[in-house]
Design a protein around this ligand. Structure first.
Ligand code: NAD
Ligand code: UDP
Length: 346
């Protein structure tokens, strides 16, 4: 809280990409923690209805500005209106790996120009705290599991991954040059799930690339069959292993990161956000079936190019420093995802 003339004012946070999947859940978590949320989004991969969901869940509709973060002068006008913000959470980016390979300049332009504009405007308007959406993709194929924040980064295998590696470096250089700025780089593992209300969730465009929405759309009979990419990996059951983290847990981590910076954490901090547990594709499919009672027809398909056989997080640093842990049981995550999918189908 900030006190102005005896009146308590909630601390304001700018959430770029706040109409999207992780941004909408984070807007809920921020509002539930007493922050005042302003969403900057150009709706290029989201629908404004997600903010209706946020309003229904929290009783407050975040202020919304339709703005392209890659357009400096438009973004500057939006920042000018909210120069009293104490922090920015920067989600706004394109995120489809395959699309980034097909159209790299579109990805570099959107993701890097957006970030650079945000950094320049934070400096101009003296907004000190940034939370950045990074990704486990920065670790490539790790030699040792689980990965810690000290695990060496590897050259990106896609332009999308490149924008995360470069984004982290751009932020480090900027904070180094302007020590009044602080940043937290959050490396997400595999976010899945929806809000338990079923009012907000992931809205993939067209055919999903990611496993979780493909499972729910197959269960809902929108897709005939799930292709399981590869069953001959050098993993316990032959299927790829990932660290699937509930999106509501992930959302809470952003609030923890902001509070950490607001209470004195400075410089650049980096945290893995995962559960610390690896699950195979088949374990997730079976988990979904037992949490919902709904079968998921699948067939074994060839390996997908570029897939890492196994990766999961050591997230103990976030637990120690941010006092945060991913603790939603998988069965609850899968039940919420299904509730959201059924609401969509209806
Ligand atoms: P999303 O596509 O649902 O949300 C991104 C939001 O940003 C969308 O609402 C989109 O309209 C908006 N946006 C994109 N470019 C913009 C621009 N130039 N100006 C304004 N708004 C813009 O994606 P998400 O899954 O919520 O991902 C959020 C962030 O987390 C992204 O940076 C993504 O790269 C990162 N991330 C996601 C995952 C994942 O699996 N979902 C994993 C690791 C990292
Ligand atoms: N996967 C799959 N079928 C699909 C989509 C994904 O078998 O239709 C597998 C994919 O090979 C990987 C895991 O599910 O092993 C997670 O993939 P996703 O694209 O969700 O996330 P990634 O870890 O690649 O970012």
């Amino acid at each position: 809280m900030i006190v102005h003339g005896g009146v308590f004012m909630a601390k304001k946070i700018i959430v770029t990409g706040g109409a999207g999947y992780i941004g909408s859940h984070t807007s809920v978590a921020l509002q539930e923690s007493g922050f005042d949320v302003v969403v900057f989004d150009n709706l290029s991969n989201s629908n404004i209805s997600s903010l209706d969901g946020v309003a229904k869940i929290t009783g407050t509709r975040p202020e919304f500005i339709n703005v392209d973060c890659a357009d400096f002068s438009a973004l500057r006008s939006a920042f000018m209106l909210h120069r009293d913000a104490v922090g920015v959470i920067h989600f706004a980016a394109f995120k489809a790996v395959g699309e980034s390979v097909a159209n790299p300049t579109m990805y570099y332009r959107n993701n890097l120009n957006g970030l650079i504009n945000v950094l320049d405007l934070m400096r101009e308007f003296e907004i000190p705290n940034l939370v950045f959406s990074s990704s486990a993709t920065v670790y490539g194929t790790p030699a040792v599991l689980p990965v810690t924040e000290q695990t060496p980064l590897q050259p990106a295998t896609s332009p999308y991954g490149g924008t995360k590696v470069m984004g982290e470096n751009i932020i480090r250089d900027t904070v180094h040059a302007y020590p009044q700025m602080h940043a937290t780089l959050l490396r997400y593992f595999n976010p899945i799930g929806a809000h338990p209300s079923g009012l907000i969730g992931e809205l993939p465009n067209g055919v999903p690339n990611n496993l979780m929405p493909y499972i729910t759309q197959t269960a809902a009979r929108i897709r005939p069959v799930l292709n399981v990419f590869g069953d001959d990996y050098d993993t316990p059951d032959g299927f790829c292993v990932r660290d699937y983290i509930d999106v509501n847990d992930l959302a809470r981590a952003h609030v923890a990161a902001l509070n950490y910076m607001l209470s004195g954490g400075d410089g650049v901090s980096v945290f893995n956000l995962g559960t610390g547990r690896g699950l195979s594709v088949m374990e997730l499919v079976r988990g979904f079936e037992s949490a919902t009672g709904v079968p998921v027809p699948y067939k074994i398909a060839p390996r997908r190019a570029g897939d890492v056989p196994a990766i999961w997080a050591d997230a103990s640093l976030a637990e120690r420093v941010l006092k945060w842990r991913a603790d939603t049981p998988l069965s609850e995550t899968l039940a919420s995802t299904w509730r959201w999918q059924k609401n969509q189908s209806n």
